[in-house]
Design a protein around this ligand. Structure first.
Ligand code: B12
Length: 212
């Protein structure tokens, strides 16, 4: 791994916002591709933080501090990360489902969608099914994010609420988040699943073109 990328990786694990911000700037200046910084420096570090938490080697406060450092880095990386070439048409509402406060994956997906030309409405975290239902009138695609196995059920509840309100056929619903799988997406009747932000962009494009 590149020395600067290593610095970013370690900075996120240690929760050092300054180190991460300076590292991202230095890496970009040195010509390291934004996607490499994201994948090898930032996402790999968050995965390691998750592993440390699981093993009882770090706790919620450390996880939060690492998340803050990652957010600082992401803000620096954002302009280089988003592709501004081809503009896609379409609107997407994205939110983290009820009971779940994790927002970095959702933010990253929203950021990449915006970069690809979509109009994105960010509904935030801990979003009630009714809020997604209200958004269904204004958008083409709804994106649901969940990071906890316990909140994956909220995705199903949200789809049921859309159905009950008679709005299920008006929008395409895509789902994602670390514990979510293609299989789960199919089980709950979502229209699509993507494992990461780039795939989410491709998926959204295909959802919109299937609506024409
Ligand atoms: C940072 C973090 C936190 C931070 C969140 C800060 C924030 N602002 O988001 C804080 C400290 C608040 C937190 C709290 C908790 N957390 Co936490 N957290 C994490 C951690 C380390 C990283 C998550 C992250 O941001 N990853 C980086 C992002 C970019 O990746 P991502 O979210 O997966 O998103 C990508 C894809 O999944 C996809 N995607 C995501 N959303 C969507 C949506 C759509 C539509 C699509 C198409 C794609 C897509 O694209 C994204 C970009 O590529 C994970 C570990 C892990 N391996 O995931 C644990 C983890 C998710 N947390 C966990 C737990 C247990 C908790 C707590 C319950 C801890 C506690 N005891 O309080 C609480 C729950 C609070 C709540 N109600 O939500 C567990 C969940 C276990 C489980 N099986 O359910 C994990 C897996 C850690 C572990 N290994 O045990 N957490």
């Amino acid at each position: 791994m590149d020395e600067i990328v290593k610095q970013i990786y370690q900075g996120i694990i240690d929760g050092q916002q300054d180190v991460v911000a300076a590292g991202v700037e230095a890496a970009l200046q040195a010509g390291v591709p934004a996607r490499t910084i994201l994948a090898e420096g930032m996402l790999a570090a968050m995965a390691e933080v998750g592993r440390l938490f699981e093993e009882g080697e770090c706790y919620v406060p450390e996880m939060l501090i690492s998340a803050r450092a990652m957010k600082t880095g992401l803000a620096k990386l954002q302009p280089s990360l988003i592709q501004t070439d081809v503009k896609a048409a379409g609107t997407v509402a994205i939110g983290t489902v009820k009971g779940d406060l994790h927002d970095m994956g959702k933010n990253l997906v929203g950021m990449m969608l915006e970069g690809a030309g979509f109009k994105v409405k960010d509904l935030g975290v801990d979003v009630a099914p009714e809020t997604f239902v209200s958004a269904a009138d204004e958008v083409d695609v709804i994106g649901l994010s969940a990071l906890l196995t316990t909140t994956m059920g909220s995705m199903k509840t949200t789809l049921e609420a859309l159905d009950a309100a008679g709005k299920r056929s008006k929008v395409k619903v895509i789902v994602g988040g670390a514990p979510v799988t293609e299989e789960f997406a199919r089980q709950i009747g979502a229209d699509g699943y993507a494992a990461d932000a780039s795939k989410a962009v491709a998926l959204t494009k295909s959802m919109i073109s299937s609506m024409d």
